[in-house]
Ligand binder design. Structure first.
Ligand code: FRU
Length: 489
């Protein structure tokens, strides 16, 4: 049964879905209105499904629905009707983030956080509970047992109003595990692990890890998976204080890397930021049938989510799906290999000497995949790649070769708001070489440094005609360039 509220959302999106012309070419955007976190990124019926936090009725956050798209190759996406609306008592104030999997009987299970506010003693109380919907890949029935987890299932001290973002997976023995974020008695976040035989009846197993105030306040959007020889707890961390150049103030994302013995707690050995850029939050992964662990994130941040481009019928983009791999205890990421099938018009230069600002014939554009290999000569202390350049617009990727850092600067990229525009992160040369791979898609730039040891993402606001690219350095830097246009979506 499709509820009236869901039917209304579906009709609204089919009537008001904006044109595809003012959008990125291959990054997911909402059908219409607002989008935040990726949800339910998973394999179903041989295709990849992606849901998202969705408010179709305006380009601002509002009562959360789940939008829905699917793909066979992570690049070309097909829009599907909205999957969930806040239409039950237990989720009347929003269907928050969650995950999905294919059940052994071929149906698709969605698990999400239902939000219900009520007034008691003159104050508003919020309950966040975990709820299930089961369907055929397009239409879903909310389960009569909902909610399947609520405040009574929390360990002592856990806050029922901050209990959200369930991530489900199946263990090799056929049982189910669920990681859910919760605010603990000390006011900061933790990830709780629950177990179940049927994905409906859950019991609390143990706490996977907790912030204890060291890594921000509330934790959000947990994901937990094995990568190489390690286990990874991926998190979105609210309200952090900065930690050097590794974590900035505000909301961050992190991989907690460690080991895990069966039935014992996760033991954290290292912490690594997921993306060092300006616009990245709430990532989620899936395990592809070929064994690749693939991650997608919301290509935005909450601080700048009030900055809207006039005339766009949509707000919010997803990142490019990225393959993760573990190398010597560090996680590397790169764009999914399927992107290479969309490369067109190769332009390449070898051994270009860069010093005074230059541009190169055939090297420009806003939808492209470009790799620079830089070999600075003695004394070169900086190199600058300028992109989305035209008129008064430009954005910079500035490498301080001397300090081993990269700075993203999009101050002049079309947004007339005094918000966060600049971010610096550690990214040093490796054996005298700095490699920068940049994927641009009209309104974004995703940077992968030295084979993906660091990634940094930023949204661009300049009009698409600002498509110039320039290179400069203080002393000669030898540069190879390989650039492809991307097309055929
Ligand atoms: C993260 C988040 C989630 C929540 C959702 C609500 O960006 O705050 O914790 O489920 O957004 O839209």
């Amino acid at each position: 049964m499709i509820s009236e509220r869901l039917q209304h959302a579906r009709e609204f999106e089919s009537e008001s879905g904006g044109s595809e012309a003012d959008r990125p070419a291959f990054h997911v955007t909402p059908t219409v209105g607002w989008m935040n976190d990726p949800n339910g990124f998973s394999v179903f019926g041989g295709e990849y499904h992606l849901f998202y936090q969705y408010h179709p009725y305006s380009n601002a956050w509002g009562p959360m629905h789940w939008g829905h798209v699917k793909t066979r190759d992570f690049i070309k996406w097909k829009r599907l009707p909205a999957a969930l609306a806040p239409d039950q008592l237990y989720d009347k104030d929003g269907c928050y983030s969650g995950s999905a999997l294919e059940l052994p009987d071929g149906r698709q299970l969605l698990i999400y956080t239902g939000v219900c506010k009520s007034a008691a003693d003159g104050a508003v109380q919020e309950a966040q509970t975990q709820c299930i919907a089961i369907g055929d890949g397009q239409n879903y029935e909310k389960h009569p047992m909902n909610p399947v987890l609520d405040g009574h299932d929390l360990p002592t001290g856990g806050h029922p109003e901050d209990f959200r973002d369930p991530k489900i997976w199946r263990e090799p023995n056929g049982s189910y595990h669920l990681a859910v974020a919760n605010r603990t008695g000390d006011g900061s976040g933790a990830v709780l692990l629950f177990g179940s035989r049927d994905a409906l009846h859950w019991e609390f197993l143990h706490t996977l890890d907790a912030s204890h105030g060291k890594f921000g306040g509330m934790w959000e959007c947990p994901d937990f998976f094995r990568l190489g020889e390690k286990y990874v707890l991926m998190l979105s961390l609210q309200d952090m204080f900065p930690q050097g150049l590794e974590f900035h103030a505000g909301n961050n994302t992190a991989w907690l890397i460690g080991s895990m013995e069966p039935d014992t707690a996760f033991s954290r050995q290292a912490v690594q930021p997921v993306d060092y850029g300006i616009d990245f939050y709430a990532p989620q992964t899936l395990l592809a049938p070929d064994g690749r662990r693939i991650m997608i994130g919301w290509m935005q941040n909450w601080e700048t989510s009030g900055c809207k481009v006039e005339g766009h019928s949509w707000f919010g983009q997803m990142t490019l799906p990225r393959e993760l791999r573990m190398e010597n205890g560090r996680i590397f990421q790169r764009p999914v290999k399927e992107l290479e099938a969309y490369r067109r018009g190769r332009m390449a230069y070898r051994d270009v000497t860069v010093q005074e600002e230059i541009s190169l014939a055939g090297i420009s554009g806003r939808v492209l995949d470009m790799t620079l290999t830089l070999r600075p000569t003695a004394g070169a202390s900086w190199f600058r790649l300028s992109i989305a350049k035209g008129g008064n617009y430009s954005a910079a990727i500035y490498s301080s070769l001397a300090q081993g850092t990269i700075t993203l600067d999009r101050s002049s990229s079309g947004l007339n708001r005094d918000i966060l525009h600049i971010r610096t992160f550690p990214a040093a040369m490796q054996e005298g070489i700095l490699q920068l791979r940049l994927v641009m898609d009209r309104f974004s730039a995703e940077l992968f440094v030295n084979g993906g040891a660091q990634a940094a993402t930023m949204v661009l606001y300049a009009p698409a005609e600002a498509d110039g690219i320039c290179f400069a350095a203080d002393r000669p830097v030898m540069m190879d360039v390989e650039k492809y246009e991307l097309g055929g979506f």
